[in-house]
Design a protein around this ligand. Structure first.
Ligand code: PFF
Length: 531
C-alpha cells in the first residue's frame, strides 16, 4: 500500500525514468542549447557546461531524487510537505513553496511555446509555412503575428483565433493527462512520446547529416556547419578569454538547470511516488544521460549545422538570429523551406518539439496537484480544476500582454533564472546539512544499483553550494540593475506589464502560502510523525 495520500505510484521502473527524462528533454535541448553554445564559445562552451553538469547537475539530481523518495515514504508528495518533514517544523513547509510555484508559473508561458510548436507542425502539414520559400521576412512576420508581438492584445484582435485554439488544445491535452493520474496519464504518455520523439529526431538528424551545400555557396558544407557549432577556434579572442568570461559560466549553469529540470522541485514530487527500496542513484543518472544525449547529439547537431548550410556564417553570427525563439521559429523554418522534402522534415521537427514540450509541461503541473490534494484534502478532480483556473489566468496574461513578449520574458526571468538559483541552493543545503552527510548518503545509497561514491556528500555540502552562490552573485551583479531599471521606468503610455507580471507572481505565491497553511494544519494535527 502506498503512503501517498492519493495512493498513486509509478507502475514501472522504466516509467518513472522516462517521465523524469521527459521532463528534462524539451525545448531547452533542441532550441535553447544550440543558441547558448554558439554564443558562448562553441565547443569551448562544453567545458563550463561539463563542470556545471558534474558539480551542479548530478549532485542536484541525486539530492532531489533521494529527498523525494524520502518524503514520499513519509506520506508527502509535495516539496513543501517534504521540506517541512525534513526540517521537522511547520514553517519548513514554506521553504519548499518555490518547488511548486516555479513549475506552475513556468507552465503559464511554456504551454504557449508548446502550442506554437504544434501550430508550426500543423502549418507544415497544410503547406502555409513551406509556401514562404526562402523569404526570411515572411516567416518572421508569421511568427510575430502568431505571438501578437506588435501590440498588447493583438492576438485577440488580429485574427489569430486559430493560434489561440492551439493553446486551448495544449491546455486540454495537459490537463486531461494530469487528470488521468500519474501512471495512467503521465507515465503512459511519456512511454509513447519519448521513443517517438527520439525516432523523429533521428530521422531529421540523418537528413541534416546528408545535406549537400547549395551550388551558389559551396563552402557552406555540413562539416563547416558542425565546425561553426563546435569549433573553439571559431570564437574571438583566446581560449582563456572565453573561459574567464563569467557570462559563459552563467550561461552554462543556467542551461544545466533548465535543461535537466533539476532544482525546480518537480523531481521531488516525481520521486516521492517511488517505493522505499526503489533505486534512485542509477535512475537519476540514466535520465540525466538521456537528456545529455538529446541535448548534445540531437540538439547540437540538427539546428545550427543545418542553418549554416542554407543561411551561412554571417547570418548565424548575429545573436538575434539564434536566440531560442528566433532560431526555432524564424531561422529553422527558413532552413526547412529550402531543404529537399522540407515540408515533411519541418513537420517532423515541430511535431517532435511538441511531444518534447508536453512531457515537460506535464511535470510542471504535478507538483501543485500533489500540494493541493495534500494541503486541502481534496481529490484530483477539484485540484485539477483549481490549477486549471490559476494557469489559465496566467496564460491569458502572457498571451494578452504580448508586445515584445514582455510578460513572458518577465515570468521567465524571475522563475527560470532568479528563483531557481535560490531554490537549488536551499535544496542542496537541506540535503547536505539538514539531512546530513550520514543520513543523506544512506538515502542515496538505499536500493542503489550502482556504487555511489562517498565523496558526493562532500560535493553536495561544500562545492555545489559554493559554486551556486558564486555564480548567483555574478549573475545578480550583471542582470539585476537592468531589470530594476525596467521595473522603475516602464515605457510611457504603455501598461506597466513588468510590474503587473510581478504582481501576478506575488498573488500565486500568496495563494500557495494559504494552501500550505492549510496543509500544515492537516499534517501536524494528525499523528503523522514528520521524518
Ligand atoms: N527541461 C525542460 C526543457 O529542456 O525544455 C524545461 C523545464 C521543465 C524547465 C520543467 C523547468 C521545469 F520545471
Amino acid at each position: 500500500m502506498s503512503n501517498s495520500p492519493s495512493g498513486e505510484r509509478w507502475s514501472t521502473r522504466v516509467g518513472v525514468i522516462l517521465a523524469v527524462t521527459g521532463s528534462a528533454v524539451g525545448l531547452g535541448n533542441f532550441l535553447r542549447f544550440p543558441g547558448q553554445a554558439a554564443q558562448n564559445g562553441g565547443g569551448l562552451f562544453m567545458i563550463p557546461y561539463l563542470v556545471a553538469f558534474l558539480i551542479v547537475g548530478i549532485p542536484l539530481a541525486w539530492s532531489e531524487w533521494a529527498l523525494g523518495r524520502h518524503g514520499g515514504n513519509r506520506g508527502y508528495n509535495s516539496a513543501p510537505g517534504i521540506f517541512g518533514g525534513v526540517l521537522r517544523r511547520p514553517k519548513g513547509a514554506y521553504v519548499g513553496m518555490l518547488g511548486t510555484v516555479m513549475p506552475v508559473l513556468i507552465y503559464t508561458y511554456y504551454v504557449v511555446v508548446e502550442a506554437l510548436c504544434l501550430y508550426y507542425a500543423w502549418h507544415y502539414l497544410t503547406g502555409t509555412l513551406a509556401g514562404f520559400g526562402d523569404d526570411v521576412s515572411a516567416v518572421g512576420d508569421f511568427f510575430v503575428a502568431s505571438m501578437g508581438m506588435t501590440e498588447h492584445g493583438a492576438i485577440f484582435t488580429s485574427g489569430q483565433g486559430q493560434f489561440l485554439g492551439f493553446v486551448g488544445i495544449c491546455f486540454f491535452i495537459n490537463f486531461f493527462l494530469i487528470y488521468r493520474g500519474l501512471s495512467r496519464g503521465i507515465e503512459k504518455f511519456c512511454a509513447i512520446a519519448m521513443p517517438l520523439l527520439v525516432v523523429c529526431a533521428l530521422i531529421v538528424l540523418v537528413r541534416v547529416l546528408t545535406l549537400q551545400p547549395l551550388p551558389e555557396t559551396p563552402d557552406q558544407t555540413l562539416w563547416a556547419g558542425l565546425g561553426f557549432m563546435w569549433n573553439p577556434a571559431q570564437q574571438d579572442g583566446s581560449i582563456w578569454d572565453t573561459l574567464a568570461n563569467p557570462d559563459v559560466w552563467l550561461a552554462a549553469t543556467g542551461q544545466i538547470f533548465f535543461s535537466l529540470s533539476v532544482g525546480f522541485g518537480l523531481i521531488l514530487t516525481y520521486a516521492s511516488y517511488l517505493r522505499k527500496d526503489d533505486d534512485v542513484a542509477l535512475s537519476s543518472l540514466t535520465s540525466v544521460s538521456g537528456n545529455g544525449f538529446c541535448e548534445v547529439v540531437l540538439g547540437g547537431m540538427i539546428a545550427l549545422p543545418a542553418a549554416y548550410i542554407f543561411l551561412g556564417p554571417m547570418f548565424l553570427s548575429d545573436p538575434q538570429n539564434i536566440g531560442t525563439f528566433s532560431l526555432g521559429f524564424v531561422t529553422l523554418p527558413n532552413v526547412f523551406n529550402q531543404m529537399p522534402a522540407g515540408s515533411f522534415f519541418g513537420f517532423l521537427f515541430f511535431f517532435l518539439l511538441f511531444l518534447a514540450a508536453v512531457t515537460s509541461s506535464l511535470s510542471m503541473l504535478q507538483p501543485s496537484i500533489a500540494l493541493l490534494e495534500e494541503g486541502l484534502g481534496i481529490t484530483r478532480k477539484p485540484s485539477v480544476a483549481i490549477l486549471g483556473f490559476i494557469t489559465f489566468a496566467g496564460t491569458f496574461f502572457i498571451v494578452y500582454f504580448s508586445a515584445g513578449l514582455q510578460a513572458l520574458d518577465t515570468v521567465d526571468f524571475w522563475m527560470a533564472n532568479f528563483f531557481i538559483f535560490i531554490f537549488a541552493t536551499v535544496q542542496t543545503l537541506i540535503f547536505g546539512w539538514v539531512l546530513g552527510p550520514k543520513k543523506g548518503y544512506e538515502e542515496l545509497a538505499a536500493g542503489a544499483e550502482i556504487c555511489v561514491p562517498r565523496g558526493i556528500m562532500f560535493v553536495i555540502r561544500y562545492i555545489s553550494p559554493l559554486f551556486l552562490l558564486t555564480v548567483f552573485a555574478l549573475w545578480c551583479r550583471r542582470s539585476l540593475p537592468g531589470r530594476w531599471e525596467a521595473i522603475m521606468n516602464p515605457p510611457a503610455g504603455e501598461p506597466p506589464v513588468v510590474l503587473m507580471a510581478l504582481g501576478f507572481i506575488v498573488v500565486v505565491l500568496l495563494f500557495f502560502s494559504f494552501v500550505i497553511a492549510g496543509a500544515n494544519q492537516r499534517w501536524y494535527q494528525t499523528d503523522k510523525e514528520p521524518s
